[in-house]
Structure formats: structure tokens, C-alpha cells
Design a protein around this ligand. Structure first.
Ligand code: NAP
Length: 272
């Protein structure tokens, strides 16, 4: 039997087990996906132990995504971002990937949205924004990062510029959205605004029909931002797609097979 899983703290409400097990069922794989909640000071022993026990792969979530970077051999994308959310134990040392970032790209691709030549705006400067900003800076023409705490936006923009010197990246406070969103082709909300509340970080009158809007928030699945964007005639992509595709890309790293995207999506959507 293959064993995959998730380490984080807490992981009790994770939707990854049903999403991945739907893939195993669909492909007739003898595999299980389990969750682990190690103490924060035990993450290194947990990863070594998983390798010693023959665990095939682990997803990694808050608060361990940076901690595991030193415990694995990160690929170029994970090293650049400074965070690993997927470990593949089939090699020694194990390989680390950042499928949050790869998943953002796949979510846009799946909706037929091209990032090439696009002007992008990212709202937020936390962990999700970091994966989004690196992905968009690599693929788009320009990226603007707007955050409530301006220093964090500036620091993230500086990190992106260091790693991707060719990228055109700017930053500012939330008030800069008024200038940037009307000209944007891509807008991503990577703040927690809208999570379990009917709030939006982007005033509705900045939105327009030529922008594709991805909201990382997936609870509720239809946020106020996405409703406002749909009203403006924009393309909308909910946070379930980002969640789905980080899992899809992890599955593909672990198994070398194409993931059964529809089965994984059905399992996820039925729980969102
Ligand atoms: P985080 O590291 O804690 O960052 C939170 C971000 O939200 C910061 O930029 C923070 O701004 C901003 N923020 C919080 N409250 C705000 C408010 N009232 N007004 C304006 N900005 C506010 O969190 P995270 O891990 O990046 O997660 C952010 C969201 O993305 C969460 O809803 C999470 O569920 C979602 N997410 C989704 C996926 C997915 O696969 N769909 C993956 C990861 C995360 P300051 O810097 O000013 O505090």
C-alpha cells in the first residue's frame, strides 16, 4: 500500500484526504492519505520518521512550510519562494515542491486565462500571496502587490525582484488598488478578507469586464469579491480551484501519472 499524507498544525478540517482518496479510488490505487499534527519542535523528526517508515509523500501546511525547506532538496520554484508544501520521498534526500504556486498557474490555465503579457494585481502579502506573487511575476508582464501593511508588500516585492530580476514588480497600500485594478488583466485576492464574512478587499467600482479574478478564499466558495466581479462581467475563479490544483500537482509529482482532476474536483466541491 502507498501512504501519502499531510503534516501541519492544525489539520483536522483539511479537505486533502477526501480529495486525494477520490483520486486513488478513481485510478484503483492501493493507497491511503493520512493527516499528522506534530508539535512544532518535532517537525524535523517527523519528516525523518516518515522517510524511515516508507511514507511515499507528504503535503505540508501551516506552520511548517518554511521549516521543511532545510529538510529536503527543494526544486527551483520552492527554493525561490522559500516554502515547501509537498515532499516526495522517492529520492534521498527527499524532494520538496511548492504546488501552491504551480496550482495557481494551473487554475488560470484551466479557465483559459493567459498570464502571458498580463498586468496583474495581488492583494495581500502573507503566505498565500507569496506563492501567487512569485507565480505571476514569472508569467505576467507586471505585478503590483497591495497590502494593508505596506511594509510587508514592499518586502515581498523586494524578495520577488531579488529572485526574478527580470520581473516588473511594484507595491503599495490598499489605496493603490484604485489606480491599478481598473487597468489590470489579472486580480488575485490572497488576503483572508471575505473568509467567513461578507467583506471584500477590493471596492466593486474598481472591477471591470476585462479582468480575471481569482479569490484564494474558499470559505465561502462564492465570496463578495467574486459576486462583485461577476456583476462587472469579469471572469471569476474561486479558491476551490487553487486548492484543487495544488493537490493535483502534488499527486502528479508523487505518482508520475496524470491526476483524475474531475474526480478530485467532485470530492472537493461536495465538501465546500
Ligand atoms: P496570512 O499569511 O495570515 O496573510 C493574511 C493576509 O491577509 C495578509 O496580507 C493580511 O494583511 C491580510 N489581511 C488580514 N486581515 C485583513 C483585513 N481586515 N484587511 C486587509 N487585509 C487583511 O494568511 P495566508 O495563509 O496567506 O492565507 C490568506 C487567505 O488565503 C486565507 O483565506 C486562506 O484560507 C487562503 N488560502 C487559500 C488557499 C487555496 O488553496 N485556495 C491556499 C492558501 C491560503 P497584513 O499583512 O496587513 O496583516
Amino acid at each position: 500500500m502507498h501512504v501519502f499524507g499531510l503534516i501541519g498544525n492544525p489539520v483536522g478540517h483539511s479537505l486533502s484526504p477526501p480529495m486525494h482518496e477520490a483520486a486513488y479510488d478513481e485510478l484503483g490505487m492501493d493507497a491511503k492519505y493520512v493527516t499528522f499534527e506534530p508539535d512544532p519542535d518535532a517537525v524535523s523528526r517527523a519528516v525523518d520518521g516518515a522517510a524511515a517508515l516508507g511514507v511515499d509523500g507528504l503535503n505540508v501546511t501551516i506552520p511548517f512550510k518554511q521549516d521543511v525547506l532545510d529538510l529536503v532538496e527543494p526544486d527551483a520554484l520552492a527554493a525561490r519562494i522559500g516554502a515547501v508544501n509537498t515532499i516526495d520521498f522517492s529520492t534521498s534526500p527527499p524532494r520538496g515542491y511548492n504546488t501552491d504556486a504551480a496550482g495557481v498557474r494551473r487554475a488560470f490555465d484551466h479557465h483559459g486565462v493567459s498570464l502571458s503579457g498580463a498586468e496583474a494585481v495581488v492583494v495581500g502579502a502573507g503566505g498565500a500571496a507569496r506563492a501567487v506573487a512569485f507565480t505571476l511575476a514569472d508569467a505576467c508582464e507586471t505585478v503590483h502587490i497591495a497590502n494593508r501593511t505596506v511594509d510587508r508588500a514592499d518586502a515581498l516585492a523586494a524578495d520577488v525582484r531579488t529572485e526574478l530580476p527580470e520581473a516588473t514588480v511594484s507595491s503599495g497600500g490598499l489605496e493603490t488598488l484604485a489606480d491599478r485594478v481598473p487597468d489590470a488583466d489579472i486580480l488575485v485576492n490572497a488576503t483572508s478578507v471575505g473568509m467567513d464574512e461578507d467583506e471584500t478587499p477590493v471596492p466593486a467600482d474598481h472591477l471591470h469586464s476585462d479582468v480575471a479574478v481569482l479569490d484564494a478564499v474558499y470559505s465561502p466558495i462564492e465570496t463578495r469579491l467574486l459576486r462583485d466581479a461577476a456583476d462587472a462581467g469579469a471572469t471569476t475563479i474561486d479558491g476551490g480551484w487553487m486548492l484543487l490544483f495544488q493537490g493535483v500537482v502534488a499527486f502528479e509529482h508523487w505518482t508520475g501519472r496524470d491526476a483524475p482532476v474531475d474526480a478530485m474536483n467532485d470530492a472537493l466541491r461536495s465538501r465546500l
